[in-house]
Ligand binder design. Structure first.
Ligand code: GTP
Ligand code: MG
Length: 340
C-alpha cells in the first residue's frame, strides 16, 4: 500500500519486533463484544451501558459481579466471561532482551535548551508519555509550542524530522508563536507550520475521538510528537462532584492508554499538559498537586513541574522518572522561544 511505503524503515522494524513480542496490540483488529458467545445486540447494549465495551474489561470480572452490574443472569455472565478470556488479548510476558531491543529504538527530542536536555538525560524520549504540569502562566503551552517546532528539525540538530499532532482544548495554540520560535531556530515558519496538525477539542468526548483520528491519519505520516494541551481541563469542567469521579477517572485512563499506544506504535512522544489545583477542595485534593489523580500519575513516564522564578525565569522540576534522578533546571521564555 502507498501509505506503508511512506513509513520509515525504523518504524516498520519497530512495529514488527513489537508485534512479534506481543508488546503492542494497537494494530490488531479489536474483537467486538458482539462476537462473544451468548452476546446478541440486546446483551451488547446492556454491557456497554454498564461500561463494558472491551473484552479485557469483561475477562477480568467474576460472574456474579458482571451479572449484577450489567443486569444479566449469572450463568450467561459466566459464559460471556469464559469467551472473553479466550478471545481477549491479555498481553503476556516478554523477555528482558526483547524489551531492551525496544528501548534501543527510543529517540530523543532536544528542547534546544541545554539545562532541560540535561535534566532529561538528553531530551524528551519517544515511547513515553510526558506530563507537564504547573499553574496558569507557568509555561506549559510554551513548552508544547517549542517542542512542536523542534520536532521538525533533522535528527542531526536534535529534532526527529517528524510530524506533530496538537490537540488544543483551550484554544491557546498560536501559529504566530510557532512562527517566532521557528525564526528563532533559523527555520522556515511555513515549512514548520505545515507539519503541525492542530485540532481544537470542544469537549472531552471530542478530545477522545480525536485520538482515533490521529491513529487513522498517522498511517501515512512520520508522527513523532502528539501534544494534548490541556489533557485535563475538559474532564475537570465536565465531571464535577464526587459522584462523577469514578467515571471521569475511567474515561481519562482509557484516553491515556489510547494515547500511549499511539505513541508506541509510531515511536513517538506524547506530551500532555495539566494544571495544579488552584485551591484545596474535597474532590481535587491538595492545591499543589497536579490534577488527574493516580490515573495520570501512573500513566506518565516523566512528569515535569513548572513554576515561575524571578526575572522572567522558569524552573522545571523532574518528578518520578523511571531511570533518571529527580532534579531541577532553570531556563527562560523569550520571544524566540525557550532559552538557557
Ligand atoms: P495556562 O494554560 O493558562 O495554564 O498557562 P501555561 O502554563 O500554558 O502558560 P503559557 O505557556 O501560556 O505561558 C505564558 C507565559 O509565557 C506568558 O505569561 C509569558 O511570560 C511567556 N511568553 C509567552 N509568549 C512570550 C513571548 O513572546 N515572549 C516572552 N518573553 N515571553 C512569552
Ligand atoms: Mg496553556
Amino acid at each position: 500500500m502507498a501509505t506503508k511505503s511512506k513509513r520509515s524503515a525504523s518504524k516498520t522494524k519497530n512495529e514488527s519486533t513489537a508485534e512479534a513480542d506481543g508488546l503492542l496490540m494497537a494494530e490488531e483488529p479489536e474483537v467486538k463484544i458482539e462476537e462473544l458467545p451468548g452476546v446478541g445486540p440486546a446483551t451488547a447494549e446492556k454491557l456497554r451501558e454498564a461500561g463494558f465495551d472491551d473484552l479485557l474489561a469483561i475477562a477480568v470480572m467474576s460472574p456474579s459481579e458482571l451479572a449484577e452490574q450489567a443486569e444479566l443472569g449469572e450463568a450467561v455472565a459466566g459464559k460471556i466471561i469464559a469467551g472473553a478470556k479466550t478471545m481477549a488479548n491479555i498481553g503476556g510476558f516478554v523477555s528482558g532482551s526483547a524489551l531492551l531491543d525496544r528501548r534501543r529504538e527510543v529517540l530523543k527530542l532536544s528542547a534546544k535548551v541545554q539545562s532541560i536536555d540535561d535534566l532529561l538525560g538528553g531530551g524528551f524520549e519517544t515511547q513515553a508519555l510526558v506530563e507537564v504540569y504547573g499553574a496558569f502562566g507557568s509555561g506549559k503551552t510554551q513548552i508544547g509550542h517549542q517542542l512542536a517546532v523542534n520536532c521538525t528539525l533533522p535528527m542531526s540538530e536534535g529534532g526527529l524530522d517528524g510530524d506533530i499532532f496538537y490537540i488544543d482544548t483551550e484554544d491557546t495554540f498560536r501559529p504566530e508563536r510557532i512562527t517566532q520560535m521557528a525564526r528563532g531556530l533559523g527555520l522556515d515558519p511555513d515549512a514548520v507550520l505545515s507539519r503541525i496538525h492542530v485540532a481544537r477539542a470542544y469537549n472531552s468526548a471530542h478530545q477522545i475521538l480525536l485520538v482515533d483520528e490521529i491513529k487513522r491519519l498517522s498511517r501515512g505520516m512520520n508522527v513523532k510528537l502528539i501534544i494534548v494541551d490541556s489533557l485535563t481541563s475538559h474532564f475537570r469542567a465536565e465531571y464535577v462532584g464526587r459522584g462523577m469521579l469514578a467515571e471521569r477517572q475511567q474515561k481519562l485512563n482509557r484516553h491515556l492508554k489510547e494515547l500511549k499506544q499511539t505513541a508506541d506504535v509510531n515511536n513517538a512522544i506524547v506530551l500532555v499538559t495539566n494544571q495544579v489545583h488552584s485551591k484545596p477542595d474535597a474532590m481535587w485534593g491538595d492545591p499543589t498537586k497536579p490534577v488527574g489523580g493516580h490515573v495520570l500519575a501512573h500513566a506518565s513516564t516523566f512528569r515535569l513541574y513548572l513554576r515561575k522564578a524571578k526575572g522572567g525565569r522558569r524552573i522545571a522540576r523532574l518528578v518520578d522518572s523511571p531511570n533518571l534522578p529527580d532534579g531541577e533546571c532553570i531556563y527562560q521564555v523569550t520571544e524566540e522561544g525557550l532559552r538557557d
